[in-house]
Write a protein that binds this ligand. Structure first.
Ligand code: AMP
Ligand code: MG
Length: 415
């Protein structure tokens, strides 16, 4: 049995960063930028007003106050999106809305609140300026956000909503990114029935395909659902053959030591087994290897154990970083915190336990409590969990009150 770290290192050694693709800016959230982005425009394009107010010549506001307003003739109104055809000459002002280009002649904007605007109905012919304005007051300078010619986004960054905003502000609708991996998912088991079908006696719904497909999506991959294979080699092989165009295959179930656990045998016949069994709980019977596609490709295959909690936990530990690596992401570790455990946990067989816990913060400290029964078939232990508390394999357990590391399942730096 190998350790969690050895297993992960092995799996990651079989995958590379994928190629590039051009995507619509709305479809590339969480993907890694594969080009440097330069701006060919200034943003904002022109000096414009940061306030609703009056564009004035600042020198003319010297000495202006509540008691002695400086009176200016209003010669135009300019709103965002249009340019005034007038120039602010001595003795005049132009009424201006937020975002509107500052008219020629003006060098500052006095906001409505610092004028007697409120005493007028609509656009006044004359305005009283009630305070002095510095040159540049309430003016957003052309290019103050982005200067024409500047590199705005660098190759290798992860696209978040703010990067989508930057791309849109440059007028871009498409961007080159590292493509998302396609992950083919094949459930195995004679007992499985697909959702939306009647449930005969002795059968269960194929839930894992869907939880795993959702995990694939969550971390940026594209799930390709291959359906259910029976516990027979022929059925498994033909199921897998529909996924040979994927970047990685995931099977669920059939990797233990039972009579029908045929995933390893099929791996050995159709490719190669890299390892089987990892020193962890849940998830010990994890298998990994490659399948030949008939041409020259060896497609990595991750054989997740069938128990619903085991498949999800092993996915988090192994499939998630693999997907992120293929997407070109650099940070592969899951956010982890230190918490005080409020239940004692016994470790009987030298495996790393990943206990489902809820996390509470009290007085600036985290406290972890088991979500209840920890059987690997109890999927509700995952729905109520905030994290996975890690009990090291070389410890006989942890006592109530001890500090533990907790991988936060929902704290994701990824999108
Ligand atoms: P296995 O690893 O195939 O022995 O499966 C372990 C347990 O997980 C068995 O109780 C299976 O019925 C259950 N199981 C396996 N695959 C699935 C699946 N796709 N959806 C729900 N339960 C499953
Ligand atoms: Mg099975």
């Amino acid at each position: 049995m190998i350790s969690v770290e050895q297993a992960l290192e092995k799996i990651l050694s079989y995958v590379d960063v994928l190629g590039e693709e051009e995507r619509s800016i709305l479809d590339c959230l969480g993907q890694v930028l594969a080009e440097d982005i330069y701006s060919n425009i200034n943003i904002p394009p022109l000096d414009n007003s940061a306030m609703d107010g009056y564009a004035v010549r600042s020198g003319e506001t010297r000495g202006a106050s509540q008691q002695s307003p400086r009176r200016l003739q209003v010669i135009d109104t300019v709103s965002a999106g249009s340019i005034s055809g007038h120039k602010v000459e001595p003795g005049t002002a132009i009424r201006i809305m937020t975002g509107a280009p500052v008219p020629e002649g003006a060098d500052s904007v006095v906001k409505f609140e610092d004028t007697d605007e409120a005493q007028h109905k609509g656009s006044p012919a004359e305005i009283g300026i009630l305070s002095e304005a510095e040159a540049g007051l309430n003016i957003r300078r052309a290019g103050e956000d982005i200067t024409a010619g500047a590199k705005v986004l660098s190759k290798g960054i992860v696209i978040r909503p703010q990067e989508v905003g930057i791309l849109a502000s440059l007028g871009r609708s498409l961007v080159t990114v590292t493509r998302r991996p396609v992950i083919a998912i094949l459930a195995t088991g004679d007992e499985l029935v697909d959702i939306n079908q009647p449930l005969p006696a002795g059968k269960i719904y194929n839930s894992n395909t869907y939880s795993v497909a959702a995990q694939v999506r969550r971390y940026g991959g594209i799930p390709k659902i291959l359906g259910i294979a029976l516990d027979r080699e022929g059925s498994l092989v033909s199921g897998l053959h529909h996924g040979l165009d994927a970047d990685m295959l995931i099977t669920i179930g059939g990797v233990s030591t039972g009579d029908y656990d045929i995933v390893k045998d099929v791996l050995a016949k159709e490719g190669e087994v890299a390892f089987w069994t990892v020193r962890m709980k849940p998830g010990k019977p994890l298998a990994f290897g490659t399948i030949k596609d008939g041409a020259s490709r060896n497609i990595p295959l991750l054989g997740l154990p069938g128990n619903p909690v085991s498949s999800m936990v092993t996915f988090e530990l192994f499939a998630r970083p693999t997907i992120l690596k293929m997407m070109g992401r650099k940070k592969l570790s899951k956010p982890t915190i230190e918490a005080t455990i409020e239940d004692s946990i016994v470790n009987t067989d030298g495996r790393r336990i990943l206990a489902r816990v809820t996390i509470e913060q009290r007085n600036g400290q985290y406290f972890a409590r088991l979500t209840g029964p920890q059987g690997s078939g109890i999927l509700t232990s995952m729905t109520s969990a905030d994290g996975l508390a890690i009990i090291p394999e070389d410890r006989a357990g942890v006592e109530k009150g001890e500090a533990v590391q907790v991988m936060m399942v929902d704290w994701s730096e990824e999108i």
